[in-house]
Design a binder for this molecule. Structure first.
Ligand code: BV8
Ligand code: ZN
Length: 251
């Protein structure tokens, strides 16, 4: 689908900002994977068996009932096996090739940015495809051969957990430091497909603005960031991002 005609001036404005920017940070959330068929967290269909992800994505839920939390994550992995990157993911990978100063920071754990060809990806909430041992910390990439069985550690046999950051857990320190640095030093920040409700990721736009960056939001719905953004494109990212990157041309 092409971007709505009425948004073309905003699309051209963002392309112009990208042409002039050297350091660009892009923060993405679940919305950038929505057009790939991945349910968002807080949108319609974002529930699992009537439960909200926030109540399952916690250390407490895992301690109380590891099997139930694993059923949630195995369900999401089975969903993801059928999901492919969408034009929004591919546009960001093209943008990285055109603008090497781009840093892509994602809250998503689905791996679709890497699958679309983005190379410099800071996954601040981890990776759903990683199994991490609860005893020895050994990490292994899940194979999608069998997504019905709770994985155990290949090294010590103990129960594993998904390699994602749960609510109440610290973000991986090295990745978070790089994300903060990219936000603080960018001239332009694109905030794409996120409700801007989850911290500290949602604070990155404030860090960028404090550093003098121009803020662009791409999201069909309004968020707490919308009133603060310099440019807003109320469009699905799978339509807006390709339109923007197409306008960069080869100049
Ligand atoms: C931490 C991995 C503690 C797991 C995730 C009260 C106030 C402020 C903060 C807190 C508070 N109480 C608790 C906190 C902290 C908490 C938090 O922020 N809670 C929120 C809910 C209030 N944060 C934490 O716990 C973080 N850790 O703070 O550490 C600490 C501090 C010091 C010392 C020790 C400890 C950890 C947060 C990470 C949690 N893990 N995911 C998993 O995936 O299973 S977060 C989860 O939410 C996902 O990663 C998701 O990406 C993220 C954010 O959601 P969004 O990506 O924005 O998705 P959402 O569905 O919300 O929105 C989708 C958007 O897309 C919508 O706006 C929609 O309009 C738009 N959209 C839809 N379609 C499209 C589209 N956009 C474009 N195109 C489309 N087609
Ligand atoms: Zn182990």
């Amino acid at each position: 689908m092409a971007v709505n005609e009425s948004l073309l001036p905003a699309v051209e404005r963002v392309a112009e900002l990208l042409r002039g920017a050297e350091h660009i940070a892009c923060l993405t959330g679940a919305g950038v994977s929505a057009e790939s068929g991945v349910p968002t967290f807080r949108g319609v269909g974002g529930l699992w068996e009537g439960r909200r992800p926030e109540t399952l994505a916690t250390p407490e839920a895992f301690a109380a009932d590891p099997e139930e939390v694993w059923r949630f994550y195995l369900w999401r992995r089975r969903l993801l096996v059928a999901c492919k990157p969408n034009p929004g993911h591919y546009a960001l990978a093209r943008l990285e090739r055109r603008k090497p100063g781009l840093t892509l920071i994602t809250q998503n754990v689905d791996g679709l940015h890497l699958e679309a060809g983005s190379r410099r990806v800071l996954a601040v909430h981890g990776d759903i495809w990683i199994d991490r041992c609860t005893r020895c910390g050994h990490e292994a990439r899940a194979t999608d051969k069998d997504l019905q069985t709770i994985p155990h550690c290949g090294s010590c046999g103990a129960l594993t957990r998904p390699g994602v950051v749960w609510f109440g857990e610290m973000l991986p320190a090295d990745v978070w430091t790089q994300a903060e640095r990219a936000a603080a030093s960018c001239d332009l920040m694109l905030v794409v497909g996120t409700s801007s409700l989850v911290y500290p990721a949602a604070s990155l736009a404030d860090v960028a603005r404090a550093g003098g960056a121009t803020i662009v939001e791409i999201n069909p719905q309004a968020t707490p960031l919308t009133s603060e953004a310099d440019v807003g494109i109320p469009s699905p990212s799978g339509e807006a991002l390709p339109a923007i990157v197409d306008r960069l041309g080869d100049s």
